[in-house]
Design a protein around this ligand. Structure first.
Ligand SMILES: [Zn+2]
Length: 646
């Protein structure tokens, strides 16, 4: 544990603000680790950057999701407390504004998403006087937060505490035009089992008083740690331009530090996790390196991540920009990079969600889909192309394939579009769609426009939208601009045809080679008027020529341009480009060679093709059975890999 003050009190961490900083929180609380209660006071401020006065404020009261089994989170997500002590809640004991007006009686709970009267996760405050454009609303409040158990991202187990979604927090006041909004208004959704979050980038000054034996970490930079005597200490953190502030306290943490360029990286781990600390550091540094180069700079000088103890694993796999949690790697054999994958994924969120702070409630694919796509690229780049996730002599699996298999084997992959709000995905399709389908079509987009252009799309996405809350449509506009700039009209006027199918459409993509025929072209012979005739013209040599036909079919409704590689018995190969629009297509070849095989998408660009087994056809069937068996086996392995909430 570093006790050295890293930044003097009151000093800024970053040279200049990265965001508009429309909200900020000064919080001073005490943790009672016996009662699992965090209580204290908070001064929160919000700047009205709209051109109209605003008469109400909206705040998330996330911990109330755990206050009863009738909350939207608990009832839809089957969460229940472990006994009386397990319920979690947040209560405001007093609230006033910066002018000293007591706001008691002016606030109450609303349920904008589902009208659930038992849900108390969104607070609406009717302000005694409207906040004028450019003015700042200051709220001073005393609050008490009780952590839930079992832990679902936030909570406690015995003396392990992971304190997240823990304080009353402003929704986002969106102005007209932002994220294609028509009119100004608060965007403040309830806490749903599947949805994550959406917030302004904020400045946090957080002080926590707790027993000295607790080891702590947070998304902030440690300013100072003050010994208060009587076995108590006060930890002071500051964070700038992050979308949420979470912290953890547990006496059992071991603290390790590494440095990568300008970033001080701290790992909090259990003793049993120590043996895998190097793997986790390596993974997070890979991700830093890769995303810095291909998306944009990681701007903060600090980063903390947590490998929670076994009893705290419910806190694992979650992201708070400059703080994230991974999973224990202890029991995982080294040929499987599951834990490294989780570390890379959660770090990736500091870009997608942290810097590119999209609305995860409403458009989960913009965060989870894009982040899964990058996670897969990073895992497969560093741990091995084709076997990034799993590497055994007889069995290999890339991280990209792991995601793809989840999508292509889901029987209900066509029941919803990919642009739904997180809580609207039907029949348990949220993860498969927002993480996996979206990542699959992002890989497909990369296949079509090329890796270089794809990287430039993300550089431009970062340049244009970091710290500005982009929507899915804003991302698409970047794709259209960059593709046009680099390829002109090669793919059409814009790329909307692509997104209309894979994002806003429900269809699936399946191209197949239905067959190959190859026949000798014979000289004319037969019976004319009862007489047998054989023409012996100079073209007799045509007896040595063949007519080969390759028949292709489009079985799905999604239309994508596909390449087809065709092989002849002479060893010659021909690459055809089919626009993929027709329901079928035949290619014919006349020559001395016969077509012996054909392969659609030979360079694996069209990840979204749900059945790759029918992409190739060969007149020589040797090898086909083996491939089929292998595919079955891969499917079994996929089933065995547990799917984590990342
Ligand atoms: Zn994620």
């Amino acid at each position: 544990m570093s006790l050295m003050p890293l930044v003097a009190a009151g000093q800024a961490i970053l040279g200049k603000p990265l965001s508009a900083r429309l909200t900020g929180y000064d919080i001073d609380v005490t943790l009672d680790p016996e009662k699992h209660i965090v209580s204290g006071m908070m001064t929160a401020w919000w700047v009205n950057n709209s051109s109209m006065p605003v008469g109400e404020a909206m705040m998330h009261m996330y911990l109330n999701a755990f206050s009863s089994n009738k909350s939207t989170f608990a009832s839809k997500g089957n969460w229940s407390a472990s006994g009386k002590e397990g319920w979690g809640w947040v209560k405001i004991s007093s609230m006033s504004d910066g002018k000293g007006n007591d706001l008691t009686g002016l606030y109450g709970y609303v349920s904008p998403d589902d009208s659930n009267e038992h849900d108390k996760t969104v607070l609406r405050i009717a302000l005694p006087e409207p906040v004028a454009p450019g003015d700042t609303l200051v709220l001073k409040l005393d609050f008490i937060s009780k952590l839930p158990s079992p832990i679902r991202r936030t909570g406690y187990d015995e003396d392990f505490h992971f304190v997240a979604q823990w304080f009353p927090k402003f929704g986002v006041y969106e102005t007209a035009g932002m994220r294609q909004r028509e009119a100004d208004g608060w965007n403040c959704h309830q806490f749903h089992p599947n949805s994550e979050f959406y917030s302004n980038h904020s400045v946090y000054n957080v002080s926590v008083t707790l027993p000295s034996e607790f080891v702590t970490g947070s998304g902030g930079m440690l300013i100072e740690e003050i010994d208060l005597g009587d076995g108590l200490k006060k930890v002071v953190w500051r964070a700038e331009d992050i979308v949420d502030f979470a912290w953890t306290a547990w006496p059992g943490y071991e603290v390790l530090d590494r440095k990568w360029n300008h970033v001080d990286i701290t790992l909090l781990t259990s003793k049993t996790g120590l043996s895998k600390a190097d793997n986790h550091f390596e993974a997070v540094i890979y991700a830093l390196e890769y995303l810095n180069e291909r998306v944009g700079p990681y701007p903060w000088p600090h980063l903390t991540f947590v490998d929670p103890p076994f009893n705290g694993s419910g806190a694992g796999g979650m992201e708070y920009t400059t703080l994230f949690t991974t999973m224990g790697a202890g029991a995982i054999p080294s040929f499987m990079k599951m834990a490294e994958m989780v570390t890379i994924h959660e770090f990736g969120h500091s870009y997608f969600m942290g810097m590119l702070a999209s609305n995860e409630f409403e458009e989960p694919w913009v965060d989870e889909g894009i982040n899964s796509y990058w996670e897969q690229r990073i895992v497969d780049h560093y741990y091995g192309d084709g076997y990034g996730l799993l590497r055994l002599p007889f069995l290999k699996m890339s991280d990209a394939d792991q995601g793809r298999i989840s999508y292509v084997t889901s029987p209900n992959r066509t029941i919803a579009t990919n642009d739904l709000p997180s809580w609207m995905y039907p029949h348990g399709t949220y993860s498969m769609m927002s993480y996996n389908k979206a990542a699959v079509w992002l890989h497909t987009l990369e296949g079509i426009i090329g890796t270089e252009t794809m990287d430039n799309v993300f550089r431009e996405y970062y340049r244009r939208w970091a710290f500005k809350h982009p929507s899915g449509q804003d991302f698409i506009a970047v794709v259209n601009d960059v593709v046009k700039n680099e390829h002109g009209n090669r793919f059409g006027e814009d790329m909307n045809w692509f997104f209309n199918q894979v994002l806003y459409g429900q269809g699936e993509c399946d191209y197949r080679v239905s067959g190959i025929t190859s026949n000798r072209i014979r000289s004319y012979s037969g019976v004319v008027n009862g007489d047998s005739v054989t023409y012996t013209r100079s073209d007799r040599s045509s007896d040595t020529l063949y007519l080969s036909r390759v028949s292709l079919e489009r079985l799905g409704e999604v239309i994508l341009p596909v390449e087809v590689l065709i092989g002849f018995d002479t060893g010659e190969e021909v690459l055809e480009n089919w626009d993929g629009t027709g329901a079928y297509k035949d290619y014919e070849y006349t020559g001395v060679g016969q077509v012996v095989w054909a392969k659609i998408d030979p360079y694996d660009k069209i990840d979204i093709d749900i059945n790759r087994m029918n992409n190739s056809f060969t007149l020589d069937p040797s090898g086909a059975t083996t491939r089929r068996m292998m595919n079955k086996f891969m499917f079994l392995v996929q089933m065995m890999i547990s799917i984590f909430t990342l």
